[in-house]
Ligand binder design. Structure first.
Ligand SMILES: [Fe+2]
Length: 390
């Protein structure tokens, strides 16, 4: 029997090896949980049956849909396939199938925290990869992961050993899915990349290290060089929400959120970014930031969707916005908390989001899973992210 302990955000988490499981589990249970892939090797996720098209191939597309979600880590990562995440993936497969002939889902975005400890290859190989392969094979769709704190060791130090091991595993697992290193849409050595689909440009960046100047400069250059005649919408997906009201937000202001507020939000306003898709909080909430500049009044919709299977969180309180609003008063920045999570555990279910792009109109539909079916965070399950459309 052996036991490996890791310490993530002050919480002691024990990852027990299969030897320990064998000692406490009846053989019949083990048979049900058996996984046929080698447990000590990490292989890339299978390339999607329908690969992400080249940017040129979708240049004329102005209407499409995709799925976004986050925080899939499970209680038994490294031991068995993620059980709660399985419920979410099976619901997604149903959505993908149902939409295939009318409004196909083109890809799935995941905003981070794939497993409890991404530096442990076994956790990805046993608990995560087989499940995501169902999306890329049965669903046929590309799957694009942005890194969360659990994926890269909760460290802002670029040389941290656990961060480096997590990054190595991330690059291995996602080799068939994210843009190849050395190409213009990928930052060398970072899990930071971009792609265009139709009229919308997507960027994933590592929000564990938001102060990193190399990464910031790369994202800024992507935005500065963007053909805005084609890409009328810009969306970013990353892990740490700048504003949230769960245990990572409310009265707490984590370093990453503070840096995103001060360093990244001004960049997003300059480029009229439309949508931020984040997680980290295992719940659902929606913020709308409005601001004015020489071209008029704009909004950035900020979705926090961490309902992919990780242990669910509750509302803890509103964040203190005074410094942010005062500091950005010149742009008349205001914040609206459009959808709030609940203090009731029965009202924050596992979920994912289906995003619909139609020209400059972007709308979304939140899909509750398992006992959360019928989840209505807006009193309905959908929202249109526009001030000009009712
Ligand atoms: Fe997280």
């Amino acid at each position: 029997m052996s036991c490996v302990s890791t310490d993530l955000r002050g919480v002691r988490i024990a990852a027990l090896t299969l030897t320990l499981v064998a000692a406490i589990q009846p053989a019949s249970v083990l048979a049900q949980r058996s996984v046929t892939i080698p447990r000590d090797s990490l292989v890339p996720l299978l390339a999607p049956k329908v690969p992400l098209p080249s940017e040129a191939a979708t240049a004329s597309v102005t209407k499409f849909s995709f799925i976004a979600y986050g925080d899939t880590r499970g209680r038994h990562d490294g031991v068995e396939v993620q059980a709660e995440h399985t419920l979410v993936v099976e619901s997604m497969l149903g959505t993908i199938k149902a939409a295939a002939s009318s409004d196909p889902i083109r890809f799935v975005l995941q905003s981070g925290d794939a497993v409890v400890n991404g530096s442990v290859a076994t956790q990805l190989a046993v608990s995560y990869v087989p499940l995501i392969n169902r999306l890329t094979q049965d669903g046929g769709v590309p799957y694009l992961l942005s890194v969360g704190n659990h994926d890269v060791g909760n460290s802002v130090d670029l040389t941290d050993a656990r961060r480096l091991a997590g990054l190595r595993n991330y690059f291995t697992v996602n080799a068939n899915l994210i843009p190849a290193e050395g190409t213009p849409r990928r930052l060398k050595g970072y899990p930071t990349y971009a792609f265009g689909y139709g009229n919308t440009f997507f960027i994933a960046f590592d929000s564990d290290i938001p102060a990193d100047e190399v990464q910031f400069a790369w994202v800024k250059a992507q935005l500065d060089g963007l053909d805005r005649k084609r890409y009328v919408n810009i969306a970013l997906f990353f892990h740490h929400p700048p504003f949230s009201s769960g245990p990572h937000g409310g009265a707490t202001l984590e370093t990453q959120a503070a840096t995103i507020r001060s360093k990244w939000m001004p960049l997003f306003r300059v480029h009229h970014v439309r949508l931020l898709l984040t997680g980290h909080e295992h719940l659902y909430e929606h913020w709308v930031e409005r601001y004015s500049d020489a071209s008029g009044v704009h909004r950035i919709d900020q979705i926090v969707s961490g309902g992919g299977g990780a242990p669910l969180y509750l509302y803890t309180g509103e964040p203190d916005l005074r410094a942010y609003l005062d500091g950005n008063a010149a742009q008349k920045v205001s914040m609206q908390h459009l959808a709030r999570p609940s203090v009731d555990p029965g009202a924050n279910p596992f979920h994912y989001v289906v995003v619909h792009v139609d020209g400059v109109k972007i709308s979304l539909e939140v899909v509750g899973v398992d006992w959360g079916r019928g989840f209505t965070p807006y009193r309905s399950s959908s929202a249109t992210m526009s001030d000009s459309t009712p």
